[in-house]
Design a binder for this molecule. Structure first.
Ligand SMILES: CC(C)(COP(=O)(O)OP(=O)(O)OC[C@H]1O[C@@H](n2cnc3c(N)ncnc32)[C@H](O)[C@@H]1OP(=O)(O)O)[C@@H](O)C(=O)NCCC(=O)NCCS
Length: 385
């Protein structure tokens, strides 16, 4: 309690632990991230999105035959039901892709033949189905926005390759597929971030997995969370030329505007995922377009200025969303698809957390400190002044 008698409110739940988990460790002061005990650097350098999904869902790295069987399940689950394609086609031209994604995941539940089965086994199957289908849904949203039709998935392609194939209608280059695979690995999981927490809140009422995931998608949309990569790229495009960078940042800071892609509730140093993609972005340069080169130059100048101004003093460092934009641009990804692609990756984290939480479920029901009046007189309508 504060001296006034009011409770101490942790605004934005800062510093509040909401659960115990064995899925992900974010060490915000050392700038380290682990999925199931494996450092993100190791996974980024050695793994694939499919293997990382297995690790996150089942808690350990798969043996070869387990990974093969898991891949097969993902491939078999790829085709989308016709009605879900219709929903996407109808909505995608009118809405933000994240809104269509929410509706498409809701629609998927109509094709679950056993919605009454809430056993762990059924939810694992649902999770694999969701991980598989979200990539196709996201790709189909991207296509339908531009009047393109659904592209049948290709079972010979990896998860990342197939997402790009269903989005573009042509097989991706090895470079693009590898980069997307990396982005999917890096976004797959991040402990109790806003969208995962939102997933858990919905699921803690014992609502089903689709409802919980839909809630996660809703929370991911905003520019303070998943939408930050899009906002950061829009800022870089508004800066336009590398030589405008410092003036733009200076003006934004003077005007108390946030620089998207910087700052984090937990990391008070460089986000290790941002460090990984920064190196990849620098390595990319040789064969890239003028646009990617200019965006990279802007990003590096903005990064330096922000670290000098706010890094060591205020703990505001680049997060993964800062360098993501130029990487996506290099693979021809439309800007409005950045956040849906994030969702197509984070789906595995949402599902894993939901199933872990359900093992020891308790409904989330925090408190609010009411500071308004009580016992007011009810004045009949025609006597109110
Ligand atoms: C990530 C984020 C939402 C964390 O929020 P938070 O922990 O609630 O921190 P706050 O928004 O309260 O910020 C604390 C202080 O740092 C400043 N700050 C935080 N992020 C900033 C940014 N990106 N640019 C400039 N200043 C920033 C705030 O203005 C605030 O300053 P003040 O104390 O003088 O008012 C926040 O850093 C942010 O909005 N970043 C930009 C969006 C983004 O990149 N999101 C993706 C996260 S992975």
């Amino acid at each position: 309690m504060a001296e006034t008698g009011a409770p101490v409110i942790s605004h934005g739940l800062e510093g509040v632990y909401i659960a115990e988990s064995k899925i992900c460790k974010v060490d915000g002061s050392a700038g380290r991230l682990y999925y199931r005990g494996y450092s993100i650097d190791l996974l980024a350098n050695n793994s694939t999105y499919e293997e990382v999904c297995y690790l996150i869902l089942y808690g350990r790295l798969p043996k070869r035959r387990e990974l093969d069987a898991f891949r097969k399940k993902l491939i078999e689950a790829r085709p989308l039901p016709g009605m879900v394609i219709d929903v996407i086609d109808e909505f995608a031209r009118r809405q933000d892709p994240m809104d269509t994604l929410r509706s498409a995941v809701s629609a998927l539940s109509a094709y679950d033949n056993d919605m009454n089965d809430s056993s762990e086994a059924a939810n694992f199957d649902r999770s694999v189905n969701l991980v598989s289908k979200l990539a196709g849904i996201v790709a189909t949203i991207g296509r339908c926005r531009n009047g393109g039709g659904y592209v049948e998935p290709d079972g010979t392609l990896t998860h990342a390759e197939n997402l790009l194939y269903m989005l573009n209608g042509s097989r991706p280059s090895q470079k693009d597929a590898k980069l997307l695979d990396l982005m999917l690995i890096l976004h797959a999981e991040h402990s109790s971030n806003a969208s995962t927490f939102s997933t858990l809140v919905a699921g803690s009422t014992l609502a089903d997995l689709y409802s919980a995931v839909t809630s996660g998608i809703a929370a991911l949309k905003g520019p303070l969370h998943g939408g930050a990569d899009e906002a950061a790229l829009r800022m870089m495009r508004a800066i336009g030329s590398p030589d405008n960078t410092e003036r733009y940042i200076e003006d934004a800071l003077k005007g108390k505007r946030k620089i998207m892609g910087f700052g984090h509730r937990v990391y008070k140093t460089y986000d290790p995922r941002a460090m990984i993609i920064k190196q990849d972005l620098i390595a990319l340069q040789e064969n890239e377009s003028q646009e990617v080169k200019a965006l990279t130059a802007i990003a590096l100048r903005a990064e330096k200025m922000m670290i000098d101004r706010l890094g060591k003093t205020h703990g505001i460092w680049p997060n993964i969303d800062f360098f993501a934009g130029p990487i996506y641009v290099s693979m021809g990804m439309p800007i409005e698809m950045f956040t849906p692609v994030f969702a197509a990756s984070r789906i595995v984290g949402w599902c894993a957390h939901m199933m872990e939480y359900w093992q020891n479920n308790r409904i989330f029901r925090p408190l609010e400190y009411y500071s308004g009046p009580v016992d007011l007189e009810y004045v009949p309508l025609d006597r109110r002044k």
